[in-house]
Design a protein around this ligand. Sequence first.
Ligand SMILES: [Fe+2]
Length: 298
Amino acid sequence: MSAIAIRQVGPCFAGEVEGLDLGEPPTPELAAAIHAGMDRYAVLVFREQKIDDRQQLAFTRSLGEIEHAIGTSLRAPADYRLPTTFADVSNLDKDNTPFARDDRRRLFAIGNRLWHSDSSFKVVPAKYSILHAISIPSKGGDTQFADMRAAYDALDEETKELIQDMVCEHSQMFSRQQIGFIEFTDEERERFRPVRQRMVRTHPATGRKSLYLSSHAGGIVGWPMPEARGFLRDLIEHATQREFIYTHKWRLGDLVMWDNRQTMHRARPFPADEPRDMRRTTLAGDGPTAAQASAQAA
Ligand SMILES: [Fe+2]
């Protein structure tokens, strides 16, 4: 008997955890039950949690090691609204005012509306992301999740064989190119230089295989670029069919946790002048998924 009750809310994955208050850090038994739930459902929803940043951090730390958000956005350190234990995925500046419509930091963040896996552009990519809704817009702003295990299972055998040892190159510059954001400084080009990731990942606890796709993927090692881009586009189209998708409609206080190794997600558009204050803590992954072309810092 599990220590928590989970009701499936997506077509083939995603569970809503019932009757749990995250205000107190979980006991070791409860943390183990949450990890087991993540292994099975890949996305867990905890509705209407009245917790502050300190409690979100304590909850996150009870599940593993935190990945710090340093140098991953176009916010300058002096303009950070939140400490680096949080990834600020809001549309707000440090005075809590929505960015102007043409603000470069806002336009860069629109890349999050493409299907992606968090931190796939890092040598050691993220394990879980934990997102808490502090304020939500009057309409739009849903987050959608796609089950990359089901997407892998649905591939034909020839494709499974083709991608088994495939390695892709990921960078935030590749995802931004797709939305026409192409101007980067030399410093940003260096900071966002591509890293390598396996295309097929095997879950360490369940042994299930999944597609490790992300809009940050912009090349396949050993493939000509246009052919690689076309193949990646086809795979993302396959993996984001309706039967693999759960759409989360946010309520204030909702906390949603997803496994970046087994899912992709995207944010949906919302009115530019309305605050959407979402605070993400992130659990670090275990290690690189592929050998790197040259020595790179994580
Ligand atoms: Fe994300």
